[in-house]
Design a protein. Structure first.
Length: 211
């Protein structure tokens, strides 16, 4: 399974990608996690990406394409992968389409904006491994501690209300058109985000059975 997940920020695509990764036994390639790792390590890419992320804007296409292509060449992707956070623009999708990378399906998880704003206020992320949690919907076993690696959980800077609204506006303007792009290619599969993670996962699996 070579899958792309599309969804507005906070719609739960990171959580579903993690669950699908275990279901299909393939890696999740989170461009956001890769970029944040570079930011925390102070790399040249991290410095470039940090300004865009903190302003709620998209990373330039040429930077993102380089990041993704390099990652997909690694051995763990040979049997499939899940792309979370790429492509985010038509230009990126066209570049991906013109590359050697084959995609089987594109999943979109639909959640209303008002629900997303409510959700993001409680989102947490592991500073060490990038695993995601939520204070209400997916709380860690120990408050403030990652279940997977024991790392510290923090609220992301880009989850502040004013930044969330800007990120949603950016998504609707630049990323949402991808749904038509992939629907026209008969690759789009639609699932609706529910209050319970398991219910969303059931919707996702049902949608992917069409592949």
């Amino acid at each position: 399974m070579k899958l792309i997940i599309l969804a507005a920020p906070g719609a739960g695509k990171g959580t579903q990608a993690e669950l699908l990764s275990k279901h299909f036994n393939i890696p999740t390639i989170s461009t956001g996690a890769i970029l944040r790792k570079n930011i925390s390590e102070g790399t040249e890419l991290g410095e470039i990406a940090g300004k865009y992320i903190n302003d709620g804007k998209l990373i330039p296409d040429d930077v993102m394409i380089k990041v993704v292509e390099e990652r997909l060449l690694e051995s763990d992707c040979k049997n499939g992968f899940i792309l979370d956070g790429f492509p985010r623009t038509i230009a990126q999708a066209e570049a991906l389409e013109n590359s050697h990378i084959k995609i089987d399906a594109v999943l979109t998880i639909e959640v209303p904006d008002e629900k997303i704003i409510e959700r993001l206020g409680g989102r947490l992320e592991c500073k060490n491994c990038g695993s995601t949690y939520h204070k209400l919907y997916r709380a860690p076993k120990t408050e403030g501690v990652c279940d997977n690696c024991g790392g510290k959980l923090e609220t992301r800077a880009d989850d502040k209300p004013e930044t969330v609204k800007e990120r949603l506006a950016t998504y609707h303007e630049q990323t949402e058109p991808l749904k038509k792009f992939y629907a026209d290619r008969n690759m789009l599969r639609v699932a609706h985000g529910r209050e319970e993670i398991a219910d969303t996962t059931a919707e996702v699996i049902k949608a992917l059975q069409q592949c």
